[in-house]
Design a protein around this ligand. Structure first.
Ligand SMILES: Nc1nc2c(ncn2[C@@H]2O[C@H](COP(=O)(O)OP(=O)(O)OP(=O)(O)O)[C@@H](O)[C@H]2O)c(=O)[nH]1
Ligand SMILES: [Mg+2]
Length: 253
């Protein structure tokens, strides 16, 4: 990913450093401090999160549970994909779900209405789930051994990329209504994900969305990313998604 970083980024970065060193007592230094302090706090938070994430990963591995962290922007279609998956698989894969949203129980209720097991976590002001929340969620949900756990993260393409939950893989859902440039605009999320599910493909006839360019962008930030094309509405491509899930479970449980 970094090999594709834009020259402007490097230039600005270097410039800021030069500026800070050359004029340590001028406003530019304060400017640097304002930027530095949150970074230090973030480092501590991430380090603590990482420890708990590793504990979750051990707990899950001990029970042969495959956990996937589903990330996307709001409304990309995560819950719809899960609802259809539950209905179509109809118990063929033991599946439970942790739903993350800032507020409401809506998504967990939708999952239960589709016949799935789910608990809802609300993050309040938070823009992502963290490993501690998942640890408590696992206690409450108690997913059975040799099962699949789907964690639907809070909808946004930024914060959830930073926080390991102890999952086996991140799956990024991108809907065709969002524009094909999202992988290069939010590269961290696409870099961190093992699979990109390009969804709402039933809407393609109504849009100017260049699928090939989107795929190219995704591979630009993550050459190894797997890509599936689905519509949770028409069912197109869903068999490949189920095959991917089965393969993950076979390898991991
Ligand atoms: N046409 C079409 N619409 C879809 C598809 N998948 C989801 N939608 C619609 O997209 C909207 C948002 O879907 P959700 O499943 O709630 O999206 P989400 O990612 O779970 O949203 P948040 O949890 O709020 O981030 C709903 O109106 C869905 O009906 C699809 O494959 N095709
Ligand atoms: Mg949802």
């Amino acid at each position: 990913m970094h090999s594709h970083a834009h020259p402007h980024t490097h230039h600005d970065h270097d410039h800021e450093h030069e500026h800070t060193h050359e004029h340590p007592h001028e406003p530019a230094h304060e400017h640097a401090l304002v930027h530095g302090t949150p970074v230090a706090i973030e480092r501590d938070i991430l380090a603590k999160n990482q420890l708990i994430a590793e504990r979750n990963r051990g707990w899950l591995a001990g029970r042969a549970i495959v956990a996937l962290n589903l990330v996307s922007s709001p409304g990309a279609g995560k819950t719809t994909l899960l609802e259809r998956t539950i209905r179509d698989l109809d118990g063929a894969l033991p599946l439970s779900i942790i739903e993350g949203d800032q507020a409401t129980l809506n998504d967990a209720e939708r999952i239960r209405a589709a016949g799935g097991r789910a608990i809802q976590l609300n993050t309040g002001t938070g823009c992502h789930l963290d490993a501690q929340m998942i640890s408590r969620g696992l206690d409450a949900l108690d997913p059975p051994p040799h099962s699949l756990l789907m964690i639907e993260n809070v909808g946004n393409l930024i914060c959830p990329a930073l926080f390991d939950l102890g999952e086996q893989a991140k799956v990024v859902i991108l809907s065709v209504t969002e524009g094909e440039d999202k992988p290069v605009k939010y590269p961290h999320m696409f870099h961190a994900s093992s699979l990109m599910v390009l969804t709402k493909t039933d809407l393609l006839p109504h849009l100017r969305f260049d699928v090939e360019r989107c795929v190219r962008y995704a591979r630009q930030v993550n050459p190894g990313i797997e890509i599936l094309h689905v519509s949770a509405q028409t069912g197109e491509g869903m068999q490949a998604w189920y095959a991917w899930l089965h393969a993950r479970c076979q390898a991991g449980t």
